[in-house]
Structures are given as C-alpha cells and as structure tokens.
Write a new protein. Structure first.
Ligand code: BES
Ligand code: MN
Ligand code: ZN
Length: 479
C-alpha cells in the first residue's frame, strides 16, 4: 500500500489542507482564506467549478466541492471519485501529505480516504526506475474529531487487503505460479495472523482432487491447494463460513486455446477470485473480526502442454462424480468443484465461492459489478446485496432454475463441463451447484476483476473487487 491514513488532533499553518464541502458552505472554511482568496473561491464555486488548488504562504489548500446526492451510497461513491481527482492534482504538485477537513457534516472522511488510498495505488515492482515513478503522496491525516483513531486503523487494514489483492492480480505468471501464490498467502497469514496449510501436488494426488489435477496436466508447474483459517475464541458462529476462490494463475484456455490478442493478454487475472478472498481473509483476521472463517484456494495454471487434458476426457472429480470435458477453457469450474467438495467436511454455515468464471458474466455487466447465484436463504442473499451496495462492489442475482441443468447432461459421464451457447454464467453456476450440499453463494466477477482503463479510484489492472464486499458482509454478520 502506498498511502497511509493517520489520526491527527489538529492541523497547523504548515499542513497542506484538503477541504471537502458542499457548494453553499464557503462560510464554514472562510477563516482559512484571505479576503482576496475568499472572493476568488466564491466566484469559482458560483461558476460551478468543483476543484480548486490555492497556493498559500506555507501550504496548498485543495478545495473539493461535493454535489448533493439522492442517497447515501451514491454520495459515498461520488466522494471516492472526488478523491481520485484530488490524487491527480496532489501528484502534479508533488505533495507528500495533507490533512482532510470535512465540512459537509455528513461523515465523508472514510469514503474520501478510501478514494485517496485506492487511487494512489501503484504496481511498480518491475520498473527499473520505480523510485522516480513512485507517487509523491504517502500520508493522509484525518482529524480525530471526525473519525476515531480506531476506525482509521480499521480502514488501513481493509485497504491493505484491497491493495494486496490488486498486487496478486497484477503479478504475472512469470512470478506468480501456484506455488508462489501459496507462498504469498503464507506471508499475508503471518502479518494478519491467520493460519495457512498448503497441500502440495503429492497431497492433492493423495486426496484424488481430479478436477484440479486435470487442469494442471498441461502445466510444467505443480498445483497447490491452500487452506487459510481464522478461528477467534469469541466467534459468533459455531459452524465456519467457508470461502472458495478460483486460483487459476494463468488461463491460456488449454488445448481449447484462447485467441491471443484479445482474451489471453490479461489472463493473469484469472486468480482474482482467490485474490479477493485472500484480501478479505487478511482484513478479517487483522481486524480480529469474531467470525470463524476458512478460505480454500485450489490453484494451477491452465496450459496446452503435451500431457494436457483434452476435450472428450472423462475426469473423476474429488467428489467421485465424473465429468466429461468438452472445453478445456471451462477449467475454473473443474478446480472450484474440488474446492466446494472439500468444504463439506467443515459442515459449514455458509460457503461463498468467488471466481473469474465466465465471459458470459463479464458480457452481462461489464466492469460495473458481478453476478451471483446460489442456494443460501433470501436473507443471506439480501445481506450480500446490501454489502455490495455499501461498498460499491455491486451484484446482481442470476437464477439457478433447474431447466438449465439439462444443458450439462453428458452421454458418457455424470455431467459435462460445458453448457450451451446461451446463459453461460448460469450453466457454470449449475455445474458448481452439483458439488455443493450446504448454504451456498457463487460470485462470478469476471468483468469486475480487471480494468483495461483506469476508472476513478479503480486503477488499471487488478481492481481488488470482492475484498470490501466480503469483509463488509462478514462485518455485518458479526453485528
Ligand atoms: N477465465 C475465463 C473467464 C474470463 C473471461 C475471465 C473474461 C475474465 C475475463 C474462464 O476460464 C473461461 O475461459 N470461460 C469460458 C467458459 C466456456 C468455455 C464455457 C468462457 O466464458 O468463455
Ligand atoms: Mn478458461
Ligand atoms: Zn479461467
């Protein structure tokens, strides 16, 4: 994470200031300005200018005018986007830190801080001259009277989780193999204090995880199956909540190869489901939320090696069910199925899987949200939707009507891994449902995982989608 949030009692005349205010609120911060400045600022505000930067004797004052919004989530999202604009101007002037003054009386500090931290995120690991490319800005100070030091600490933790997820997604296969992903998980576990157990290829073979092994057959690198656990003494749940993340560190499509130029270039993002859940796990454990949580990450790359699994193969899955493989590019469901079956041993309260599973989900919503479906109660689904609204990691429910299962019938096996040309996100969900036997939610975030162009505080590349969604869902669950 490039930016830290810090608690401060009061600001001095040498602190750069960021003023957040509604259009009619200049009187509230007029005392910071000279009379001439007040006139200039008022004129600008009257002309509907939303952002001003004023150089004063020892500091800059950045003024950001916030528009009224219809509802709280819209106001918060506008505030995050405003912060992304502040970051642009702050970097241009090479400021290193600033104090936020929120005059809106609407407690927008947390949303604004989120926009600052996430817009200022950078992934510079592979640049030779990373020091010169690095953003000047590193600390946002927040006044204790507006937001408590404890809440600031929690914000830092959650944004660390988001940035960790972005880093994992942005890492190419040349670094982030399945084994390396497990190593990164262990490092995060050490910082956040969750336990990590990694099944290596021999253990995965001993468990007969046929779906994961089939996808791995074409690879030079071994698969891993990581088991993350956070078990606090005072957990509100007796049965654990289990998360299962698709950890395909690179998806070529296998022998059913993807076309190179348009769809393969960014397929390092195919572990974004796992990354989002790992980031959420990090935040939950570091914030010490009282919830017993387990996260499973089946991981491999998907490649057309000489020994690769082929269309027509019949695979015996970890559950014992057989699957006719009709497209090796439908690999995510193969390893998720093994993860979902593994979850049964915990007698879970709820299982949530998250995956960049289908182009169909990405085509349905673009990058603006994710689709979900599942067998959990309406109340649980409502809670997930609510967390999506609160965090602006929005969701839409797709149906799991039984008729869709027809498309997965195989002539030679219990089911096939490919549905028809339509409703691809749903038939993928139907496939996964076969391997569940508990309350279950499936999130297909193929469109939201990775951006080809920056979008306000969502930087180009990995978005970290899902970290705040799952964290907030679990936070609300503990209340
Ligand atoms: N990883 C892809 C899905 C994907 C698409 C992720 C776009 C991110 C952006 C997945 O493994 C895949 O290839 N799905 C196929 C399934 C099909 C062969 C049934 C798809 O959606 O085309
Ligand atoms: Mn694929
Ligand atoms: Zn994939």
């Amino acid at each position: 994470m490039t930016t830290i949030l810090r608690s401060i009692n009061k600001h001095t005349t040498s602190n750069h200031l960021i003023v957040l205010a509604y259009k009619n609120q200049m009187a509230a911060f007029a005392s910071l300005l000279t009379e001439t400045e007040q006139k200039i600022v008022q004129k600008a505000i009257d002309r509907d200018i939303k952002q001003l930067i004023l150089p004063q004797l020892d500091r800059f004052i950045v003024i950001e005018i916030i528009d009224a919004a219809d509802n709280r989530p819209a106001l918060e999202e506008q505030t995050r986007c405003t912060a992304a604009k502040t970051i642009a101007i702050i970097r241009k002037h090479h400021l290193e830190e600033a104090v936020l003054l929120d005059y809106t009386n609407d407690n927008l500090s947390a949303s604004y801080a989120e926009g600052i931290v996430l817009a200022n995120y950078q992934f510079l690991k592979y640049f030779k001259n990373k020091d010169t490319l690095k953003s000047s800005f590193h600390t946002l100070h927040l006044l204790e009277e507006l937001i408590s030091a404890k809440d600031i600490a929690l914000l830092n933790i959650v944004f660390e989780g988001v940035c960790a997820a972005r880093d994992l997604v942005n890492e190419p296969l040349s670094f982030l193999t399945a084994v390396q992903l497990s190593e990164e998980i262990k490092k995060l576990g050490q910082v956040a204090n969750f336990s990590v157990k990694v099944l290596d290829k021999a253990a995965i073979e001993a468990h007969k995880m046929g779906g994961l092994l089939a996808v791995n057959k074409g690879s030079n690198d071994p698969p891993t199956f990581s088991i993350l656990e956070w078990k606090p003494a005072q957990a509100v749940n007796t049965k654990p909540i289990v998360l299962v993340g698709k950890g395909v560190v690179y998806d070529t499509g296998g022998l059913s190869l993807k076309p190179t130029a348009n769809s393969m270039d960014f397929m390092k993002c195919d572990m974004a489901g796992a990354a989002g859940l790992i980031g959420a796990m990090y935040a939950v454990a570091k914030a010490e939320l009282p919830v017993h949580l387990i996260c499973l990450v089946p991981s491999t790359d998907n490649r057309p090696g000489v020994n690769a699994y082929v269309p027509g193969d019949v695979v015996t899955m970890y559950s014992g069910s057989t699957v006719e493989v009709l497209n090796t590019d439908a690999e995510g469901r193969m390893l998720l199925a093994d993860g979902l079956h593994y979850a049964k041993q915990y007698d879970p309260e709820l299982v949530i899987d998250m995956a960049t599973l289908t182009g169909s989900a990405a085509r349905a919503l673009g990058s603006q949200g994710a689709v979900f479906m599942g067998t959990a109660s309406d109340q649980t689904k409502k809670a997930l939707l609510q967390a999506g609204v609160e965090t602006h990691e929005r969701l839409v429910e797709f149906p799991l009507w039984k008729e869709y299962a027809e498309q997965l019938k195989s002539d030679v096996a219990d089911l096939k891994n490919l549905g028809g040309p339509a409703a691809g996100a749903i038939t993928a969900g139907k496939f996964l449902e076969h391997f569940t036997a508990y309350n279950w939610l499936h999130i297909d975030m193929a469109g939201a995982a990775y951006l080809h162009h920056e979008d306000a505080y969502r930087t180009k590349g990995g978005t970290g989608y899902g970290v705040q969604l799952i964290y907030n869902f679990l936070l609300n669950y503990t209340k």
